[in-house]
Ligand binder design. Structure first.
Ligand code: ADP
Ligand code: MG
Length: 352
């Protein structure tokens, strides 16, 4: 359409902008699950229950016993770019300790689904509130009897963006992505009871009272858990490089799978993928693993904030380091010495 002034360039309406932007944050059910679980952890929850139906395409419910929200908080939370986590650029630059800070997740999820949030604040005598947000509008706000904490329900994801809905894969594939996301947070937060239920079946539940080993047992089962070997390297244990410490668990080489899915790696407690870390791990196992076989790993790297960028795109979990080669050597050395200590590697000649 041509405008009065003869240009065909026109301003998109708010709804259209919101739905386009939503695709940047929420690509599939697993991305919504990630945002909601991060919110629960940021709210200091000790219990996070994730329930999905049909791979998350019909329903995603995340219930927590965290800080909760008042009615005013709820109304504010679904608006665009609203956050309680940072106030300005200065906060961002001085380092963010929460998983979220962009203030766009609830707003964008709500613009492409039917979103219901029930919440009751932990502090004060405030009762609960239920807010319904549909396709970008608050359609109801009512008092609700509910326990302290927050329950977020996302129904019919992408119901109003059919093109995106069409690109969703099978229930099994979408659920595999959800499982992978929830697993990563469960492993990184053994002090939080994290559970995942799919179509009425409990997939796993951690107790929230154990350590990483206990979380691995709950998530992957006894066979995998009993094959895990501790990795603990810092200071002089590591070759020179940006990584201050590498810790966690890696599996016996015989406990492996044909997918990278079980390489859970973290930098400063954020779940990430990084070529340097993966190559370091695979280098340590060397020929002990067949081609295209991967171990089970839950590996945590501590890196000074300025050696890695946390201000990454919301969807991208891939990080790069200033010095990828050094990171690779450090991870390789840490994992190799753990495997050697347990007699699981033939000693190798030192490499150049
Ligand atoms: P962000 O996490 O980047 O701040 P979100 O859109 O995910 O943005 O959430 C907006 C705000 O809503 C959060 O800053 C927080 O104050 C509040 N909030 C969201 N989820 C929860 C929750 N589960 N418990 C308590 N508060 C929450
Ligand atoms: Mg958030």
């Amino acid at each position: 359409p041509t405008n009065a002034d003869g240009t065909e360039i026109h301003q998109l309406d708010e709804d259209t902008v919101a739905r386009i932007a939503a695709g940047e944050v929420v690509e599939r059910p697993a991305s919504a699950v990630k945002e909601l679980v991060e919110n629960s952890l940021d709210a200091d929850a000790s219990r996070v229950e994730v329930t999905v139906e049909e791979g998350g395409t019909e329903l995603i419910r995340v219930a927590d016993d965290g800080r909760g929200m008042t009615e005013a908080d709820l109304r504010a939370a679904v608006r665009q770019h609203t956050t309680s986590k940072i106030a300005d650029l200065e906060d961002l630059e001085s380092g963010v300790s929460t998983l979220g800070f962009r203030g766009e997740a609830l707003h964008t999820i709500g613009s492409v689904s039917r979103l219901t949030i029930r919440s009751r604040p932990r502090d004060g005598s405030g009762a609960g509130t239920e807010l319904v947000y549909e396709g970008g509008d608050v359609t109801s706000v009512e008092p609700a009897g509910c326990p302290v904490g927050t329950v977020v329900e996302v129904e019919d994801l992408f119901y109003n963006t059919p093109a995106r809905r069409k690109f969703l894969k099978t229930t099994a594939t979408e659920f595999a992505h959800v499982n992978r996301v929830v697993t990563r947070y469960a492993l990184a937060n053994p002090d939080v009871a994290v559970s995942l239920t799919h179509d009425g079946r409990e997939v796993f539940a951690t107790t929230g009272q154990g350590d990483l080993q206990a979380a691995v047992l709950a998530v992957y089962g006894r066979e995998v858990a009993s094959s895990m070997i501790p990795v603990e390297a810092d200071g002089d244990d590591l070759p020179p490089g940006p990584v201050d410490s590498v810790s966690g668990l890696v599996s016996h080489p015989e406990t492996n799978r044909s997918s990278r899915e079980y390489l859970a790696t973290y930098v400063n407690d954020r779940a990430v993928t990084a070529d340097a870390i993966r190559e370091g791990i695979m280098g340590a196992y060397g020929t002990q693993l067949g081609s295209d076989r991967y171990p089970f790993v839950a590996l945590f790297l501590e890196v000074p904030g300025d050696a890695v960028d946390v201000n990454v795109h919301p969807r991208k979990r891939e990080v790069r380091f200033d010095d990828d080669d050094a990171v690779r050597r450090q991870v390789d050395a840490a994992v190799e010495s753990a495997l050697l200590e347990h007699g699981l590697l033939r000693s190798r000649a030192p490499r150049g």
